[in-house]
Write a protein that binds this ligand. Structure first.
Ligand SMILES: [Zn+2]
Length: 351
């Protein structure tokens, strides 16, 4: 009766055997479904985890196999061999990590230079701002010239105004070689030494390293070296003076009456000639760009006509009484000159 009385309007709750309505029966039913659902999800979760774990194991195994293969290949290539090759491969890279242009300081010998040596040497810059202060041992040019026999006459490769001119021994030797070669090549001995060592001079002539040359003919005519009316022979001087260790200045450059020659030595003379710079410009360049620092010479170099390579670098004076000037222990030749300013120019022949 009750079944039809409600007309299906409300769901009929299950009835307990005792006839009482079970108040939470529908909830229990849902719980069961939820529990079943939860179980299914748990099962699927476990299944997923099992798959992930299996994949993980596979990946690990693959990685191990790859590692084994790589290691085996390394062994085959001899990269991971016995201990003997291990020591060989570990020592080689250490040598290679030192850049070749960085020379260890212990490769350099220390030349101790006193502060007075800043003002001596062939590369001194001497002008009104940098007066010459060292002493000069000059030798007589008149008696130091080479004698040539021309028939019964004794001739010389260049003229002098009188018997008094003197020069430092190195400058005179170089002048004689240049003038003698010029005379032997051209038969011309009209070169005329106008001015040499002058203790009272303000510039180069105070050093004993400088002289001026002009032309004096047998007809008692006086010309400049560059004067076309004299002889084209003198072109040779303009093309070759650096080979004897000289730098040259025209009257316009030196402000003097004639062509001015200053002895600096063959390496520096070649460098100045090839780079078309003056001694002052050379010293400024060395100070700015080629100063010794951190075990490196930072040198600039030139190849002389005989094929020798000379390097030049600058060492600034420390300001104390002595400066330690580094010179590479393998140098075949070196010389150190003051710059008459703040330091030293090192000339080195390495090969
Ligand atoms: Zn001069």
């Amino acid at each position: 009766m009750a079944g039809t009385a409600n007309g299906g309007r409300t769901p009929k709750r299950p009835t307990a055997p005792n006839g009482k309505t079970k108040p939470f029966s529908s909830v229990n039913y849902r719980d069961a479904r939820l529990a079943k659902e939860r179980q299914r999800r748990q099962y699927e979760q476990q299944k997923k985890e099992k798959i992930v774990f299996a994949l993980f194991v596979v990946v690990i195994i693959v990685l191990i196999l790859i590692a084994i293969l790589v290691f085996k290949k390394a062994i085959d290539n001899g990269e991971a061999n016995d201990t003997q090759t291990d020591t060989e491969t570990t020592t080689a890279p250490i040598e290679q990590t030192t850049p070749p242009d960085v020379q260890a300081l212990d490769q350099f010998l220390k030349e101790m230079c006193g502060k007075e040596q800043i003002h001596t040497g062939n590369l001194l810059l001497v002008d009104a701002s940098h007066p010459f202060t060292a002493s000069v041992e000059s030798v007589n040019v008149y008696s130091g010239r080479t004698k040539f026999q021309k028939g019964e006459k004794t001739v010389y490769s260049y003229y002098l105004p009188d018997t008094t001119p003197t020069l430092s021994a190195d400058a005179l030797t170089a002048l004689n070689q240049m003038a003698d070669d010029f005379y032997e090549l051209t038969g011309n001995n009209d070169l005329y030494l106008d001015k040499a060592y002058d203790a009272a001079a303000i510039g180069d002539h105070a050093t004993g390293l400088a002289f001026d040359l002009s032309v004096y003919t047998i007809k008692q005519e006086h010309y400049e070296l560059s004067d076309a009316t004299a002889s084209s022979d003198f072109e040779w001087v303009f093309n070759n003076y650096y080979k004897y260790g000289f730098v040259m200045e025209s009257p316009a450059q030196s402000g003097e009456r004639h062509y001015h020659f200053r002895y600096v030595g063959i390496p520096a003379a070649t460098y100045l000639f090839r780079n078309e710079i003056t001694l002052g410009e050379f010293l400024t360049k060395l100070t700015a760009d080629h100063a010794f620092a951190d075990g490196k010479t930072n040198a600039t170099s030139v190849t002389t006509d005989d094929g020798a390579v000379y390097e030049f670098y600058y060492v600034e004076a420390t300001g104390g009484d002595m400066t330690s000037v580094p010179v590479h222990e393998d140098a075949l030749f070196f010389s150190i000159s003051g710059d008459n300013r703040n330091g030293f120019v090192v000339t080195v022949r390495m090969s």
